[in-house]
Write a protein of this length. Structure first.
Length: 132
């Protein structure tokens, strides 16, 4: 079974720990990097080339949306899944313009998070097939 490489980027250690613990129970999901700010998310994404990036754009360095913009340019076949505690209409519109299809609230039930990650991974398979 092919494992789906995921980069997790969130400045809150508790969130990273909880999401990591949940994803570790899935045999087909693999965390390939943990980032606690936008700069480390960019660096790790370019080093690991994950299929999925699970990221909170509202990090204290204030560069979340800029980082997503760069990630889309650097890794166009990587699907970005936003996991946030706060999202307003303007941010949702901007994320949509950046090609983010999945915006999740941090209160999401863990089984639903897993479902969305599988859906996002399936979308990366479609993009890859179209590029062949």
């Amino acid at each position: 079974m092919e494992r789906i490489p995921i980069l997790l980027a969130d400045e809150h250690e508790q969130v990273r720990t909880q999401v990591l613990a949940r994803l570790d129970r899935e045999q087909d999901l693999e965390i390939v990097g943990l980032a606690d700010n936008s700069a480390s998310a960019l660096r790790l994404a370019n080093e690991t080339h994950p299929r999925l990036i699970l990221m909170d754009p509202m990090m204290s360095d204030g560069l979340g949306l800029d980082a997503i913009r760069r990630l889309r340019a650097d890794l166009p076949d990587t699907e970005i899944v936003v996991l946030t505690a706060f999202s307003d209409t303007a941010q949702t519109i901007e994320l949509g313009k950046l090609g983010v299809r999945f915006i999740l609230n941090k209160g999401i039930e863990s089984h639903k998070l897993i479902e969305v990650l599988h859906l996002a991974a399936a979308h990366t398979n479609e993009k890859h097939s179209q590029n062949l």
